[in-house]
Ligand binder design. Structure first.
Ligand SMILES: [Zn+2]
Length: 249
């Protein structure tokens, strides 16, 4: 399936190609995925990136904010043929089961992107001046590879934060120290950058009928990322077969 870069969280800003090809996993690929996907979160993330790269070599040139959406998108089109996804979660307030069907074209929204922020920024962190660029997969992988190998930092958000700052190839130790050891307003700065450059997907709001009935606040926010955790189990639920598919003799 073709997805236009203008439909990505970045809005396609700064891309010199108009679209990407993302394919649903086949039965054989799903089985291979389930057998080989590492359970350790960092290795799993790398595995997801590699699976996605098989579809389109342009993945190396997309922004990491778009990459995360594309990982979700590939799983979604694998599970569902029509870009909708049936899910059920338990209401965190009353435990009632909420069944919902989300439609990617209607229910998934990105925070509005301001083109100025896509041009990057200059920051002052722990007395050092750094250039911040919206990281593309190619640059991010250089940083990610190192942390995957040496396992010094296991928090993917922290690695992504380090990867936003230019100059890792020459000043890795200083950048790492300034990010991991950030205090006070430097923490606020890094959190703001994370939100700007990575956290673009707005949570989906579902309504709990039981809470509504009882007069409580009925809206339950579900993060889009959390939907993909056990995605492949949901293939059969989302793709039921009708009577024309099997005729028993
Ligand atoms: Zn409820």
């Amino acid at each position: 399936m073709e997805i236009l870069t203008s439909q990505l969280p970045s809005g396609g800003y700064g891309y010199d190609f108009p679209s990407l090809t993302i394919k649903p996993l086949t039965f054989m690929e799903i089985c291979g995925y389930n057998e080989n996907v590492p359970s350790e979160p960092l290795a799993k993330y790398m595995y997801d990136i590699k699976v996605l790269m098989r579809d389109d070599p342009h993945i190396l040139d997309v922004y990491v904010m778009d990459l995360d959406f594309l990982i979700f998108y590939k799983k979604l089109i694998t599970v569902s043929g029509d870009l909708t996804y049936s899910l059920s979660i338990n209401c965190p307030k009353c435990g009632n089961k909420i069944d919902a069907k989300i439609d990617i074209s209607k229910d998934i929204h990105f925070s509005q992107i301001d083109q100025a922020i896509m041009d990057g920024a200059v920051i002052n962190l722990n007395g050092h001046k750094y250039d911040v660029n919206v990281p593309r997969v190619r640059d991010f992988l250089k940083v990610f590879d190192i942390y995957l190998r040496y396992k010094k930092v296991s928090d993917i958000k922290m690695i992504k934060t380090i990867a936003m700052i230019s100059g890792f190839d020459t000043e890795a130790n200083q950048i790492e120290k300034d990010v991991l050891g950030a205090t006070h307003e430097d923490i606020t700065l890094l959190l703001a950058l994370r939100e700007l450059y990575y956290e673009r997907l707005e949570p989906i709001n579902l309504i709990c009928d039981k809470c509504k009935e009882d007069g409580r606040e009925a809206s339950v926010a579900v993060s889009v990322e959390s939907l993909t955790v056990d995605f492949f189990r949901d293939v059969c639920k989302n793709c039921p077969i009708d009577g024309t598919k099997i005729l028993f003799k």
